[in-house]
Write a new protein. Structure first.
Length: 268
């Protein structure tokens, strides 16, 4: 049986107030020095509650990917704190950092699959690193491939798979380490509309059936509308707006949000 931590039950079961699955507190990230300095994040604070699908939108260069990478500490913020399920992970290093990262799955725009491994081999990879036995790895990977509808293509190489299939392998791989949080950076940008729709249904299914919290960066407004409950508009490294998708789309308060919503209307 496929098992994923159900973060949504944490606070509820104990009867205490629900702890955010992710809390970003005044996160700042600057790249480079002197004349080359870029302030990618200028103090970003966001809470994502357990079980949410939270969208992050913004124009190119707004800091969306930087923000996602600060969550799993692929980038280290110069200031601010990152909490995962109430635990301050900002200063994690070494083995604790690696074990923390295992609880955070990541799905990328360009899939980032290992080309010399089959779909199965890609999904077993994180479990090899985690030291699971071959039998456990193969069994769980096949369950995950079944879950994403790709059991029949377990022994195909990435070059033999379509974009949508590759992204499904990416999801199965991300789920392999039983994450509590799934981060997606433009997961549908390289997919055609039909494949995008079926991928989004899979995401919703994962969210519903496994209770997995999802943070998704996208520049595609229809993607936000299809799956997200709340959304933050990032503008030049700041949260310009944050609210339910309905609120932000119906009455964008900032210029950045108005531009994005207008572009979506033109694109639709
Ligand atoms: N490794 C890096 N070194 C220097 N500057 C960087 C680096 N990564 C990002 N930046 C800069 O930081 C800013 C934010 O970049 P980021 O990639 O987070 O934007 P984004 O919102 O994801 O954009 P896009 O929609 O184009 O993917 C940009 O000005 C970018 O040029
Ligand atoms: Mg980006």
């Amino acid at each position: 049986m496929l098992h994923i931590h159900n973060g949504f039950l944490n606070g509820k079961a104990s009867g205490t107030a629900t702890v955010p699955m992710l809390r970003l507190e005044n996160v700042q990230k600057t790249y480079g020095r002197g004349a080359n300095q870029v302030q990618a994040l200028r103090g970003v604070s966001i809470d994502v509650m357990p079980g949410e699908i939270f969208g992050i939108i913004g124009l190119s260069g707004a800091g969306k990917s930087t923000l996602i990478r600060c969550i799993n500490l692929l980038e280290r913020p110069q200031a601010g704190r990152v909490y995962i399920d109430g635990v301050d992970v900002t200063d994690y290093k070494g083995a604790v950092l690696r074990s923390m990262r295992r609880q955070i799955g990541m799905v990328f725009q360009h899939f980032n699959l290992l080309t010399n491994r089959t779909a199965l081999g890609n999904v077993t990879f994180p479990m090899e690193i985690a030291g699971l036995s071959r039998r456990e790895r193969d069994q769980r990977a096949l369950e995950l491939l079944e879950f994403v509808g790709l059991r029949a293509k377990a022994h195909r190489y990435p070059s033999e798979l379509s974009g949508g299939e590759k992204q499904r392998v990416g999801i199965a791989r991300a789920l392999a380490s039983e994450p509590r949080l799934l981060l997606c950076d433009e997961p549908t940008s390289a997919l055609d509309p039909e494949t995008t729709a079926s991928f989004l249904n899979l995401l919703k299914d994962i969210n519903r059936r496994l209770g997995l919290t999802i943070v998704m960066v996208t520049h595609q407004m229809h993607v936000v509308r299809a799956v997200c409950g709340r959304v933050a508009v990032l503008d030049q490294g700041r949260v310009a707006e944050l609210g339910t998708v309905a609120e932000v789309f119906a009455a964008p308060k900032t210029e950045a949000a108005r531009r994005l919503v207008k572009e979506a209307a033109i694109g639709a």
